[in-house]
Design a protein around this ligand. Structure first.
Ligand SMILES: [Zn+2]
Length: 395
């Protein structure tokens, strides 16, 4: 269990990561250290590397030590708190394991009063609600879990206390639902998608934004969560995109992001990518941590898209389509969108209404979108391999 803040027991002084010092430096700490919220004893750990990912300096509970009852850093208390704010989507079993039950559609709110048979006797449920920011309860709960795990630096023992049940009833570990921040976990998802493995549930990716870049042609912003992640004999980038700039514009470098949706493998750019196109505001949650204190901000999400946002994209696509359509009609062919012309927003939004859990990734993106590096040279669109692109399916 790792945190970025502690107290000196004697003096009561708050101490942070900077007091731990770099490898080779002296600690600037005096006497026994305790949790900054309770009396549990902690010790300093210098910065290092774990699973190929750098771990910052932190404080760790002494072995076999537990936070006092009611301490917010105590997983048991947090797990109960998350369950209470989940609309009944998260339940805690007798072993203290929190199970997040994904609804068929991520935007679904289950009936407040579940039938007696729906909940096993050993499960504590609550229907108290806190949906703030405007996220569906399933996503909101996932964000709360990710933030708590982040506080504990994704310590294996803590991660094991969170499980996810898909709407088909399959119980999976948290790491099979939410990938990141370890690069090795990005590679796992990347390989699954590259192999066209059909995912039976939505997946989330957690990470910290390292760059905000813009498409060469469209100038639409996109967020880069990781670059040059190794996967076998290739490297890839992790990018969060949207055809709707308002979904990406609030993001900036250093923010932590949880993005849930149709993460997919893309190999059309200079460097392949694990990427997602957000179609709705609730697919993206973001927050910040204070580097010095480790204090975490409240999570936020982009504003919901307006009809105007969608119309703007629709009009633009119509505009982009025009020459193509004319050519096609002249040839007497059936009018279908070209590979580089994504489905119109109208069909997008109607499909979103039907299946909000499965935001359809644009079939493809206009030329400028294809590059995953700012220094990419625009390339002519490659012919698409059809038939293999599977979309994360909740159904
Ligand atoms: Zn504590």
């Amino acid at each position: 269990m790792r945190v970025y803040r502690a107290r000196e027991k004697e003096s009561g002084r708050d101490v942070f990561r900077r007091h731990i010092g770099l490898p080779g430096e002296q600690h600037q700490l005096a006497g026994e250290l305790i949790c900054w919220k309770c009396q549990a004893r902690v010790g300093p750990v210098r910065k290092g590397t774990r699973q190929g990912t750098e771990t910052p300096a932190h404080y760790r509970l002494w072995q076999r030590m537990k936070h006092d009852l009611g301490c917010p850093l105590d997983p048991t208390a947090t797990i109960e708190h998350i369950a209470h704010g989940s609309h009944g989507l998260a339940t805690v079993d007798e072993q203290g394991i929190l199970r997040l039950n994904l609804p068929e559609k991520l935007t679904d709110i289950p009936p407040l009063h579940l039938g007696g048979d729906a909940v096993p006797d050993d499960v504590v449920t609550s229907t108290t609600t806190t949906v703030n920011p405007l996220l569906p309860p399933a996503v909101n709960s996932a964000v709360q879990i990710a933030r708590f795990l982040q506080l504990h630096d994704f310590d294996d023992d803590i991660v094991k206390r969170f499980k996810v049940q898909t709407h088909q009833g399959q119980l999976i570990g948290w790491p099979q639902f939410c990938y990141g921040p370890a690069r090795i976990t990005y590679a796992t998802l990347y390989k699954r998608r590259r192999a066209h493995e059909v995912l039976s549930h939505p997946v989330a990716v957690f990470g910290t934004i390292v760059h905000i870049r813009h498409d060469k042609k469209e100038r639409r912003p996109y967020a880069v969560l990781a670059v040059n992640v190794p996967a076998g004999d290739e490297v890839f980038h992790v990018t969060l995109r949207s055809m709707y700039p308002p979904l990406i514009e609030p993001l900036s470098v250093g923010m932590h992001v949880l993005a849930v949706g149709a993460w997919d493998h893309f190999d059309g750019g200079f460097t392949p990518a694990l990427r997602m196109f957000a179609e709705e505001h609730w697919q993206i949650a973001y927050w910040t941590t204070d580097e010095t204190t480790g204090a975490v901000s409240d999570p936020a999400c982009p504003r919901p898209l307006t009809a105007q946002d969608r119309t703007r994209l629709h009009d633009k696509r119509q505009h982009d389509l025009r020459p193509t359509r004319a050519t096609k009609l002249a040839k007497g062919n059936e009018v279908t969108p070209q590979p580089h012309a994504p489905a119109t927003p109208k069909s997008d939004s109607s499909s979103m209404r039907k299946r909000p859990a499965v935001p359809a990734a644009p079939r493809d993106t206009p030329g400028g979108d294809r590059s995953t590096r700012a220094d990419d040279i625009a390339r002519p669109p490659r012919p698409r391999r059809t038939g293999h692109r599977t979309i994360t399916a909740a159904g």
